[in-house]
Design a protein around this ligand. Sequence first.
Ligand code: CO
Length: 223
Amino acid sequence: MTNIEQLLENNKGWSQRSIEANPRFFADLVDQQNPDYLWIGCSDSRVSANVIVDLDPGLIFVLRNVANLVNHTDMNCLSVIQFAVEVLKVSHIVVCGHYGCGGVAASVDNDRHGLIDNWLRHIRDTANLHAAFLESIEDPAERLNKLCELNVAEQVVNVGETTIVLDAWDRGQELSIHGWIYGLKDGIIRDLQISISGENDLKDLRNKLLFHDERRESGAASK
Ligand code: CO
């Protein structure tokens, strides 16, 4: 597929096949979306949210940016989280990173990449925060994969620390935040086992990250 018009042709085919498989496919979607999940993932073209968890449109609310970052001054991200939590009332927010993330690699390669370095600076901060741990890993690919995992964990904390999520927990709204990481080589998502469902969990996770837990030694296999 090289021609942009091909995309529009593909779309017509997809629409037709969807209706053939389920005549109410679009009729059911048109009135409202009712997703139970907010997905915060990387813009990487290989990590398409609906595709890798095999869900139809309407079931997952999605925010993607380079290296799946959640920053406290990013109005785009905060607005998406607010809408998801307060209007759609999702029960789960998933931060899904991926191994071999180019954004994560670029954050620590000491080259200049232009404006994006300011965005990636947040990952560099994470790398600095965990410098001793990361330097203890000899294999560069493995070290980078650990930074991908740490980046996810830091974003789970960042989501939990938004006023939106703290207020939701205060109201008693059921809301869990999960940290996952996707393997480009096998298409499998690993659960990093850092889910948080309230302020105590958030505090625990923050402490784990500050004081290096054993999880990472025995944690998800890096692929
Ligand atoms: Co990426």
